[in-house]
Design a protein around this ligand. Sequence first.
Ligand SMILES: [Zn+2]
Ligand SMILES: [Zn+2]
Length: 617
Amino acid sequence: MNIDKIVILSLKHFTLSSIIEVAIPVPLHNTFDYLCDQKVSIGARVKVPFGQKKVTAIVLSHKQKSDFEKLRPVEKVLDQKSLLSKEILDFLFWSAKYYHHPLGEVLASALPKNLREGKPADIKKTSAHKNTLSPVTFDATTEQSKAIKSVLKSENNFHGFLLHGVTGSGKTEVYLSIAQALLKKGRQILVLVPEIGLTPQMIARFEERVGAKVVAVHSQLNETQKLDAYLMAKNGEAGVVLGTRSAIFTPMPNLGLVIVDEEHDGSFKQQTSFRYSARDLSFMRAKLANIPLILGTATPSLETLKNVVDKKLKRLVLSSRPGQAIMPEVNLIDMRNQTVEALSVPLVAKMKHYLEDNKQVMLFINRRGYSPVLMCGACAWQADCPQCDTHLSYHLKPRAILQCHHCNYMQPVPKVCPACNHEELLPIGHGTARIEESLNQLFPDYPVIRVDRDTTTRQDSWQKIYQRAHRSGAAIFLGTQMLAKGHHFPYVSLVTILDIDAGLMSADFRAPERTAQLIMQVAGRAGRGQIKGEVLLQSLRPDHPLLQSLGTKGYASFSKQALAERKIGHLPPYRYCVLIRAESQNELYNVDFLQFALQHWASFGEAEVDVWVAMAI
Ligand SMILES: [Zn+2]
Ligand SMILES: [Zn+2]
């Protein structure tokens, strides 16, 4: 036997078999230790045995010793180099801590599925989007130039800006100019948008203008596209990354600017499993990278306005619409005098007027499906969701079905009333599908384009909507608030919100804010370009203070008042809110747990904490 060889082998074993600490995507707050006999970097993926399964874990640290005696060995090292850089790891650690969510799940949620499943980190097809650079220049208004200069002045520092621009004031031009300047210096730009539907539009604007590769990150891409976009961002090849909320976790080594467009939008909040607000996280992302952050909107959220007051954000204002565009007139239709439920007589008359004049009309109702309630005509039984405390929505197409819009529970429509066997079940209230039916009857000569989650599931559906919107000629657009988000409809002259009362009378403390934002956003859809627009709101409460103050004094005055009310009411953004929610098949467990939590809370003796208890039984 060769003695030298034995010595070398044992030495090798001695120096390389070490302990590593890893994060595993399980709902547990601790990390796990394994033995590893290969060289492995922090931030790399390893395959490890966990219980009976094999899972993909992320290496967090090398350790000298572990608190556990029997450690299992790593099965395979998946990445030779670190996949998650220190910068992105720090950001993810902070996020997990801030939202009290298990680290392993947070790390996993930041990776594309292919990487979570342990597939190789290789790019399949580099050029996701063609770059057709044309040297477009634009004449910035004084306000736009001022905004661009302000942001560029802090290009190497963390600084938050609110770009507060009325709809049509050219916020995107400001984004593009700043991005262009930073890209020239080799920096990368991260742009968050609220809707997948908005990405193609925004990508096109960036591609037209900047000399860099633009990649999209959103849920409608296939897994290969998602992985390619992620890796191109990570290796610095992509200059611009554009995506919905989860794009906030994209690794970008040369990140130079974060933009959150339509920052007031609720969809930046993830409401399931790892709950986070991408808008709020954008502050920390920019802070860690020491770069500027821009939150853009025409209707800032109250949280953002408070940040302006507290000097955490600097407000940059774009108050005018470039060119000749005029802001629309906002009028109310008093529904107390109307016998019809959804489309009032004055509204139908107005629509007819605009359509006959070859103009386009847009209607909003924030309920999809046929009707929000199905009720028995004899005993008033209503179809309710067995999992939530809401009514099931009635859908007629593609097949008759009852669906819960909260948890997605579905069931067939009963032929007779389950409570009294009566044969007549009545749809109560109106969803987009039912309004579409009425519109087709009222205006058989004009096309009706419905835009809601049921009609936009296909990848090309938005494309078709845009094509119609960019062609002149009478048409009716009907949709949920999905339609209000930043899309450009140059030929629309009349915009209507059919169910404004739903927002005015909701129990949610944020409902008035959202309603005011919706009205302003919707008003922004009317009369762009040379055409003066008109906004009509149908309401049973035309004297409601919100409608009055918005109509006469505008959003700034409304938001000031709303912030003052939040302060008096001890509500966010002045206080933090924590929701403790119990869900169990057994009602008693829920009550027991909540009572335990309540007593536990009281034992803290914390005078500053108000506890509200609500139980839906
Ligand atoms: Zn009945
Ligand atoms: Zn449900």
